[in-house]
Design a protein around this ligand. Structure first.
Ligand code: HEM
Length: 402
């Protein structure tokens, strides 16, 4: 314990291979699975690198997600400042507020409801794969497929006009980028809220068959209508609903193209697609640093006691590459069973959109690889522009040909 505490390394940590987690995670886990690191703003925080301790901590009711607490650790400079004084989405709230507001939208993301969107998702994917095949080669898979599919789907669900995508794509990318200045972050988050606020205004006047209109109805019926609450929930869902899945489509495609044996396995046995998706989610754990918390009491974690007020990040990629939980964690193995991964987090904040993300990934990978069997990267994988600067890991562009 003492070595890690006395000499905390800088965080976030660099990757030596863009398709693998930072190697420092394994070193920290071996030294002490609950270690101190230094954030870009100079503060220290704890990071958890063991699967068992990450789950134990995320299930602890003394682990707060309240970003207004001074110890809240964000790897993005200025994140706390940008969100101070503003109503927060339930992703940044604790019970009982979190429970109440999450419940208001939970049914929209239940398995049955999401499966009801399958035909629409397939239609959107077919259209985009057709357009991709009819266009020039090489082409950018992110621009043509990975980003538009989840964007269109979340727009359809929320009732956000897809024509405004350029606006919310650029603002979201800046909001999750670690290289944005605090002023830029404050500004883009403000613009997104302003945009959604005008949209909520319109839906208050003219409700339609969409999530935002249904949410307005639910809060009105609940007797304590709060417009700002609907705006922050809609902003959160719009941001979370497209950036995450888009990055996972891009990374998953590259991983399959770089592992022809795994791709061949998938092509010869399409029934393993759901397991392949879980494995790709585990392997990349793109929202690795999203599970930040503040301890609201002294909490014993293994051999360490995290003090009240300390920041803690339960690193998803580290937990999901813990050899104590997954045999040969650095290998893509579509036949794993047993230990569930933590790519969608754990505990009360576990990803609300996970069923939707799974559906989109399944339809995209199944359609893409069956329609374009000769698909390949147009540049070596190591030359791809990976998002080393983003809080959600991914790739800016994936040039492909066939
Ligand atoms: C591959 C895609 C995705 C990944 C890897 C992912 C990952 C995560 C993770 C790790 C968390 C937990 C954060 C924490 O514990 O603090 C989370 C929460 C959340 N995600 Fe996702 N997500 C994905 C897609 C989506 C989609 C499509 C939506 C749809 C709107 C969504 C909406 C949310 C929301 C609302 C929360 C907050 C839940 C709460 O605080 O109760 N996510 N996500």
């Amino acid at each position: 314990m003492s070595e890690a505490v006395l000499d905390p390394p800088a965080f976030p940590m660099p990757r030596s291979c863009p398709l693998s987690p930072p190697p420092e995670y394994a070193r920290l886990r071996a030294r002490c699975p609950v270690s101190k690191v230094v954030l870009p703003d100079g503060r220290t925080t704890w990071v958890i690198t063991s699967y068992a301790l990450a789950r134990e901590f995320l299930a602890d009711s003394r682990a707060s997600k309240d970003t207004t607490r001074p110890g809240y650790p964000s790897p993005a400079p200025g994140f706390r400042a940008a969100t101070q004084g503003l109503a927060r989405g339930f992703v940044f709230q604790d019970p009982p507020e979190h429970t109440r507001h999450r419940r208001m939208v939970a049914d929209e993301f239940a398995v049955k409801r999401v499966q009801g969107m399958r035909a629409y998702v397939q239609e959107v994917v077919d259209e985009h794969v057709n357009a991709l095949m009819a266009g020039d080669r090489p082409t950018d898979l992110v621009r043509e497929l990975a980003l538009p599919v989840p964007s269109l789907v979340i727009c359809e669900l929320l009732g956000v006009p897809y024509d405004d995508r350029e606006f919310f794509h650029t603002r979201t990318a800046a909001a999750v980028s670690r290289s944005s200045s605090p002023e830029e972050r404050t500004s883009v988050l403000g613009e997104l809220r302003h945009y959604l606020s005008e949209l909520v205004d319109r839906k208050e006047r003219e409700p339609a068959d969409d999530l935002i209109s249904r949410l307005i109805g639910k809060y009105r019926r609940s007797g304590d209508y709060d417009r700002e609450r609907i705006v922050v929930t809609a902003t959160m869902l719009l941001v979370a609903g497209h950036e995450t899945t888009a990055n996972m489509i891009a990374l998953g495609t590259v991983a399959l193209l770089e592992n022809p044996d795994r791709l061949a396995e998938l092509e010869s046995d399409p029934a393993i697609m759901p397991k392949a998706i879980e494995e790709l989610l585990r392997y990349f754990s793109i929202a690795d640093v999203g599970t930040a918390r503040v301890a609201t009491a002294d909490i014993a974690l293994g051999e360490v006691v995290v003090r009240e007020g300390d920041g803690v990040i339960a690193l998803g990629a580290a937990a999901n590459h813990d050899p104590a939980a997954f045999d040969h964690p650095g290998e893509l193995d579509f036949h794993r069973s047993g230990t569930p991964h933590m790519a969608f987090g754990y505990g009360i904040h576990q990803c609300l959109g996970q069923n939707l993300a799974r559906l989109e990934l399944e339809v995209v990978f199944t359609t893409l690889f069956s329609r374009i069997p000769g698909l390949r990267l147009a540049v070596p994988a190591r030359e791809l522009p990976f998002k080393g600067e983003a809080n959600i890991y991914g790739i800016h562009e994936v040039p492909v040909t066939w």
